[in-house]
Design a protein around this ligand. Structure first.
Ligand SMILES: Nc1ncnc2c1ncn2[C@@H]1O[C@H](COP(=O)(O)OP(=O)(O)OP(=O)(O)O)[C@@H](O)[C@H]1O
Length: 301
């Protein structure tokens, strides 16, 4: 693809423009203004985030990508209220985030189900914690288990489930409290490629059916393009907003779109941003040349 072909493939077609316009006409649900994070401690401090600024609209699917160490997890932990910012503010429906809250659901990479509770009790947990009676919590958990196709496993324990099933339960557990935002930090990274593809399609299916905004961190550019309305690209050392990219692909998404010019152009654009040389002083050192081990007498290349 020439640069010109890439540029024109990045222009969304009219139906995608119209959908993105409808999305931007919805209320802003999350506004992040000048967010900084400085880790202090023994030795020198680390500036993880510097002046992060963006906003998401209700029912948007926003992915966040960037090189390792650019502060993606730090950012989502601040949005979850698990970490305090050093400066700036994140506002959910206009209210500053100062700690965890039930209007934010979370799904992380590690399987975070309680191993000593059954699948159904895991899903009920959030409701019971916020004061819903056990029978009502059980009724709602039953509905969610139907929705995620795991009713037959209601009385099973997490160790009896596959990785994909565990993450489906984790998603149901996060959504049962009807959060405004679902925060996902590499939720499918530990799954094999086939299960991961099924989980992506499955997540889009749920997202379509309920009123929730998704913020999804991933290392996988194909995953980001397949899922997102827009992709926030961060640069490292310290993490800064590099670009917000509108994904020029129609919905519903399908695996066949991976072959399209728009998909390939978006991936090329993301790769050029993420692998661009940085002028930062904290740039990674090249690996030193490695000597052969003393007992290696021939070469393999
Ligand atoms: N608790 C902490 N104390 C000190 N430094 C930290 C802490 N947590 C993260 N950092 C530093 O902040 C920077 C951003 O880390 P973070 O884990 O948010 O990046 P990331 O983009 O999620 O990385 P990865 O893609 O590898 O998961 C890194 O330089 C990291 O070493």
């Amino acid at each position: 693809m020439t640069d010109q072909e890439t540029a024109s493939a990045l222009d969304p077609p009219p139906d995608v423009v119209a959908r993105l316009e409808r999305m931007k006409a919805r209320d802003v649900i999350l506004r992040v203004e000048g967010l900084d994070k400085q880790f202090t401690g023994r030795g020198r401090g680390v500036k993880a985030l510097d002046g992060i600024r963006f906003q998401t609209h209700r029912r948007e699917f926003l992915c966040i990508v960037g090189p390792s160490g650019c502060g993606k997890s730090t950012l989502i932990r601040i949005l979850a209220g698990l970490e305090a910012a050093s400066g700036g503010v994140a506002l959910l429906d206009g209210v500053p985030i100062t700690g965890p809250g039930r209007e934010r659901g979370m799904v992380f990479q590690g399987y975070t189900l309680f191993p000593w509770l059954t699948v159904k009790r895991n899903v009920m947990f959030g409701l019971e914690m916020t004061g819903t009676g056990r029978s009502e919590a059980a009724r709602q958990a039953g509905e969610w288990l139907d929705l995620i196709g795991l009713s037959a496993f209601a009385e099973a324990y997490p160790h009896q489930l596959s990785g994909g099933m565990k993450q489906r339960v984790a998603i149901a557990r996060a959504l049962i409290n009807q959060p405004r935002i679902l925060l996902m930090d590499e939720p499918f990274a530990a799954l094999d490629a086939q299960t991961r593809a099924r989980m992506q399609a499955y997540l889009l299916d749920i997202w379509k059916k309920i009123d929730v905004t998704v913020i999804f961190i991933t290392h996988d550019l194909d995953e980001a393009i397949y899922l997102a309305d827009r992709i926030l690209v961060l640069s490292p050392h310290p993490g800064r907003v590099q670009e917000m990219i509108e994904v020029p692909l129609a919905r519903p998404r399908s695996p066949a779109q991976v072959q399209s010019a728009a998909f390939r152009a978006t991936k090329a654009r993301l790769e050029s941003l993420i692998h661009a040389p940085t002028s930062s002083a904290a740039e990674e050192e090249p690996y030193p040349a490695m000597p052969l081990m003393a007992n290696v007498l021939d070469t393999v290349e």
